[in-house]
Design a binder for this molecule. Sequence first.
Ligand code: ZN
Length: 234
Amino acid sequence: MIKAVLTIDDMPQENTIPIIDYLLERNIRPLFFAIGEFVEQKPEPVIYALQKGLIVGNHTYSHANLNEVSLEEGIEEIKKCDEVLDRIYKEAGVERKIKVFRYPYLDCGGEKNKVYTDLLRDLGYKKVDDTGVIASQYISNGWKFENGTNCSFDCEEYLLREGSDMTIEKILANVDAAFGKEEQIKDQQHIILIHSHDLTDEREPGYYKTIVERMLKYGTEFVEASFMDFWKLS
Ligand SMILES: [Zn+2]
C-alpha cells in the first residue's frame, strides 16, 4: 500500500475551502504551500485551514522562480512570505510550530541553492520527511538532499487549461500507472503535488475529487506529513 502525503500548492483561492472540506471529510490532512501575496489578498481560506489544524508552508511571496531572479530578490521572496505567514498564524490564533518551504516550479534555486539552504535553516525551516520515497525521478533529481519539499508524484492537473492537450483521462492514466500496480506499491511513500487553482476548477469541476478518489480506489493511505531537518543531509 502506498503511503501518501498530499501537498497542495498556490493557495489561497476560491476553491481552497471546498478542497479542505472535501479532504477532511475523508480524514485526509493535506499540507499547503501558500503564495504570500495571495494570503494578503484573501486571508480567509488560510485562517480556515490553520484553524482546522492544517499546516501552511511558504511558496514565496509572488511565486517567483528563484533560479531566475537575483539573489537579493530571491531572499526577499522567501522572507516576505515567511513574515506574511507569521502574521496570518497570529491572526488565526494558531502557534506556527512547523515551517516548510516549496520552490515554485520545483526549481531548487540553481547556483543560489546553498544561500537559500542557509537562509531556510536560519529561519527554522524543515522539510517533509521523505525517507520512504523511492520514485526514480525524485532520487535522480537529488531531491532527498534538498532544503525544500519537492514531490514524487505530480498530478499535472494545472495543465488542464485552454491550449493544452492534457485531459483528466491522461491524468487518471498516470495515477493508475503509479498507484495501481501491485509490484510498485510495497512500502512506498509518495509526496503528491496538486494545486488549489480556480482556473482548473472552471475547466474540470471538482478535479481534486476525481484524482483523489482514484488514488483511494487503489487503497492509498493518506498520512499527515512528518518533518525532518534538511541541513543534516548533505
Ligand atoms: Zn506553485
